[in-house]
Ligand binder design. Structure first.
Ligand code: GDP
Ligand code: MG
Length: 675
């Protein structure tokens, strides 16, 4: 009672009654006030005060109907231990009209009491009576009709007029095919007992039948029967004031019909239930009242459909929000972290939401529920898909990084076989990706990762290919370096010898080099997994590279200075040394001119020898040897080492140097002779 939620002040229009003396469960709320306004607190009351919201269909609803001051509130309070105002409360006058609701003590029965204005103001009175009756019928299983025994049989009395209203209203409400019966429970007050209840109830039934037949019924419904819409029960209660003990005893008996589901005459049968889930009751009741107040046609199936949409949307939105809140890995996933068990999390989030939806929304209109269920499912799928996509990309990256690192370290191992290595690692990477992706994929969300799978396969193959190419290039370069070193050691002596078979020797050296390099290339081809065609291309390329290294070496050797040095050396060998290699000492009788001419001629012959490679076709067929290389290359064009103009220049320079040598020799004789 100290809970401020439950205090008067928190309710608009101070619409709760004094709660000081009531238990929380019996706290009542004015659902509709004297201005015919619907109380927005109903939802809060259903949930927090009456604790009925979670009960689904497992709640009952009873309303009361009858003339002013016939002891309705007294009856409800006696039956359900509610605290509705009665005329007995001498401190308070019964002046406000409206609809009140409360729960019965210790039960899930929702009880509605109606208060009207004084009976003399008929016009307004009937308006509210009609509206409240309409409302009560739309939501209640049982309508308690409170009449005095003395009124029974007075056909023109106020009661029949009211009941006619009820019937009319009922036809309006339930003219649709799904007739939900309502139980009209007549409580005959001040039942003396002289006239047995059965006779009284017969009289009432006859009056009802008569009233029913006089009713102006909607078209096509002229022949409908009162029993299609209502069941009837009757109960007599003694005078409360005059026979208090009997009244109490009878009331206790009556209670059984409302509280004991196993009682033969238990009133809250499921067939009377209006099938509004408890959590939807506030919205439904509010809508119904809105329709009633604005005098719109009340079409309950449509109302139920609307309620279903409204509630399903509400439940869906709440669960979706919950799902977003519960998805704690959101930031990690967005940051590109590969999250363990994310698929399990997806599934669990989705299942939790959908199961809760099925429980909450499954009680509403089936069509609407199914439609809204699909909508929620799509929404969840859409939402999770963003993270799914992002995670798939992260996995893709991680798998690729792991793969490339594994390849790098694999290449550091001795004796690796590139193809075997990369094929295994590619397979591992693909398997790992597929396993991850499969676990992450919600099958019924039609998510796919085949595109990414294809992307990965392509990236892996591309990486392997590039890696192999790089490796190949590296090894080719190493081979070329080796060849260069070798040629640097072996070519100069051959050229220096200037033997007539010099070019044969060079050819042999070239072929040796190429052989060694080709064989090494073949080994590389095996470890790098090159096929035969690729291997041949690379061997052919290696030949070209060796050839180019050779030509570069030869051009260095035949560059101006070295060329001239070679000529000079030959000249000196022939002119200044004799056949035994001893330096000549010229004597006057020596024919210096002859010797010089001979030596010079012989040295000059070296010029064409060095200027152009002479490759015997029988030893090396250039045309076929370089066949199949992929480089733009023609060996024959590189055979000429020194151009013709360069040759002429070298010849001229050599001549000058030779002449100088000759003059020097001449002078040496003159000098000897002069001594
Ligand atoms: P309501 O306006 O229909 O809710 O009537 P109330 O419950 O406020 O009671 C109206 C008056 O009827 C009060 O003065 C009660 O004392 C009186 N009353 C209550 N129960 C009975 C009953 O069983 N018989 C008679 N004759 N009067 C009763
Ligand atoms: Mg009352």
């Amino acid at each position: 009672p100290n809970n401020p939620m439950l205090s008067n002040k928190s309710i608009s229009n101070s619409s709760t009654k004094d709660s000081k003396k009531s238990e929380p469960a019996n706290i009542q709320l004015q659902i509709i006030n004297e201005h015919q306004e619907f109380n927005k607190e109903l939802g809060t009351y259903m949930t927090d005060v009456w604790k009925l919201s979670e009960s689904g269909f497992n709640y009952c609803m009873v309303a009361v109907f009858g003339s002013q001051s016939t002891g309705k509130s007294t009856l409800l309070n006696a039956l359900f231990e509610t605290q509705f105002d009665t005329m007995d409360d001498n401190y308070r006058q019964q002046t406000t009209k409206g609809l009140w609701a409360s729960t019965a003590k210790n039960s899930n029965i929702l009880v509605m009491d109606v208060e009207g204005v004084d009976g003399r103001e008929r016009g307004e009175d009937q308006d509210f009576e009609r509206k409240s009756a309409l409302f009560s019928l739309a939501v209640s299983q049982v309508l308690l009709v409170n009449i005095w025994e003395s009124q029974v049989g007075l056909y023109n009395g106020a009661n029949i007029g009211l009941l006619k209203t009820v019937f009319e209203v009922n036809l309006q409400l339930f003219q649709q095919k799904n007739k939900t019966k309502t139980l009209l429970f007549f409580v005959i007050r001040d039942h003396i007992g002289k006239v047995p209840l059965s006779r009284l109830s017969e009289t009432v039934k006859q009056d009802l039948q008569k009233a029913w037949s006089e009713l102006s019924k909607p078209k096509d419904m002229e022949s409908c029967d009162i029993n299609d819409y209502f069941d009837f029960m009757f109960f007599g209660l003694p005078h409360k004031v005059l026979l208090p003990d009997q009244f109490t005893a009878k009331t206790l008996e009556l209670r059984q019909l409302f509280y004991n589901p196993n009682h033969d005459d238990y009133v809250f049968r499921t067939q009377y239930h209006k099938k509004i889930p408890a959590d939807g009751f506030p919205a439904y009741a509010s809508n119904i009242w809105e329709q009633i107040v604005t005098n719109k046609d009340l079409d309950l199936p449509t109302q139920q459909q609307l309620l279903a949409q409204f509630r399903c949307d509400e439940i869906s939105a709440k669960l979706f929000k919950q799902l977003q809140d519960d998805f704690t890995c959101r930031e990690e996933v967005e940051a590109g972290v590969v999250v363990k068990n994310l698929g399990t999390m997806f599934r669990s989030l989705k299942t939790t939401a959908m199961e809760a939806f099925d429980i909450g929304a499954g009680r509403y209109n089936l069509e609407v529920y199914k439609k809204k269920r699909n909508e929620l499912l799509f929404k969840i799928h859409d939402y999770l898909k963003l993270f799914y996509k992002s995670q798939i990309d992260s996995i893709l990256q991680q798998v690729f990084t792991n793969f490339s690192q594994a390849v790098e370290s694999g290449l550091k191992e001795p004796d690796y076989n590139f193809t075997v290595l990369t094929m295994k690692l590619e397979k591992d990477a693909k398997d790992s990706f597929t396993a991850f992706a499969q676990d992450l994929t919600l099958e019924d969300a039609s998510w796919t990762y085949s595109k990414e799978q294809g992307q990965l396969a392509h990236d892996l193959a591309e990486f392997s290919r590039a890696k192999r190419q790089a490796e190949l290039t590296k090894r080719e370069n190493l081979l070329t370096e080796d060849v260069k070193d070798h040629l640097e050691d072996n070519i100069p002596p051959i050229l220096a010898s200037a033997e007539t078979n010099m070019w044969d020797e060079v050819t042999r050296e070239f072929l040796d080099c190429t052989n060694v390099a080709s064989n090494k290339m073949k080994d590389h081809a095996t470890t790098l997994g090159l096929d035969e065609d690729e291997t041949n291309v690379h061997i052919s390329n290696i030949r070209v590279k060796v050839w180019e290294a050779l030509v570069r070496r030869l051009k260095d050797e035949t560059a101006d200075v070295l060329f001239l040095a070679k000529l000079r050396r030959r000249l000196e060998e022939l002119f200044r040394y004799d056949a035994d290699g001893l330096p000549r000492v010229w004597k006057p009788e020596d024919d210096i001119d002859y010797f010089f001419k001979q030596a010079k001629a012989e040295a000059t012959e070296l010029i064409p020898l060095y200027s152009k490679m002479r490759i015997e076709e029988s030893k090396l067929n250039l045309a076929t040897f370089f066949n199949g290389n992929t480089l733009d290359f023609d060996a024959r064009r590189s055979l000429t080492l020194v151009s013709l103009s360069k040759r002429a220049d070298i010849e001229a320079r050599f001549k000058r140097e030779a002449d100088a040598l000759f003059l020097e020799a001449k002078r040496s004789i003159v000098a000897t002779t002069a001594k």
